[in-house]
Write a protein that binds this ligand. Sequence first.
Ligand code: PLP
Length: 320
Amino acid sequence: MITEVKTIGGYIELQLPQGNEHYPALIKLNTGRNALEYLLRIKKYTLVHLPYFTCEVLLEPLCRLNIPYRFYHIDSMLNPILDFEPGPTECLVYTNYFGLMQETVKKLSGQLNNLIIDNAQAFFSPPLEGIDTFYSCRKFFGVPDGAYLQANSNTRLSLDHDISIGRFSHLIKSIDLNIESAYPDYIRNNVCLVDNSIKKMSLLTQKILSGIDYEDCEKIRNANFKHLHKALSEKNELTIEVTDLKAPMVYPLLINNPELKQKLIDRKVFVATYWPNVLDWTTEDMLEHYLCKNIIPLPIDHRYHISDMDYMIDILKQLL
Ligand SMILES: Cc1ncc(COP(=O)(O)O)c(C=O)c1O
């Protein structure tokens, strides 16, 4: 075994704030999809029930491990339609949509045995005791990768650390240039995550995650979300409960207006589509197809203030 000798001196390295991670006790991995792989490997499920309305990268571990999957539907409240019963060696993955579905997660945890909660969109929704739950960090913070996993098992895989440095350019380029110039790098770095094997979280990602003021991020997200909700809830076809917010990922505005998204993008309000693959997986008569086409996920993160929310509301008023 090679033991590294402690170094002293040399050049001054990038200085990052020293604090604590939000989930220090959870298993630290390189990506959310690989956190799912971790669970599938240790639990040895024979079939996975996945929602039609989710991200296609979740299929990567299933293909790698050669585990069959079956899609299930959700209803207009984004709750799963459980018109089937998963067998004893099967599991059901439920996505905590936009970080707004903690009540459904609680309900499901009492209802199903082999439940996996995908909290990739719900970083601030704490894991429920005994429930397999995973998180993806890059949807919430300026990191290229990183995931946390709560696994209800004592089995642990022995893994090497990932190295993130080659996937970092968009995060620093956007500071020196701007977010649009760095966008091609973002796309390229996302592609690097495809079929990246399961590893421990990189030390670089962990270091950055240790320097974040999570309380502040949480507060800002909740305040921005409430502000948008107040202004837009009457137009929103989604029913959203705002009493116990868990710092959601975005404000999902559902409006039957498939052109609205492009109009916002033209005005430089960059909104994503969750998830383009859903259009391939579904037909036009399915709710999931409608959700994918018509949900506008408005940004509410720590970069923005109430004045930015008002700016978006003004643009929306002009467009609607
Ligand atoms: C709902 C959902 N789950 C899981 C993932 C996978 O996370 P990661 O990119 O960290 O593998 C994503 C996005 O990539 C996602 O949108």
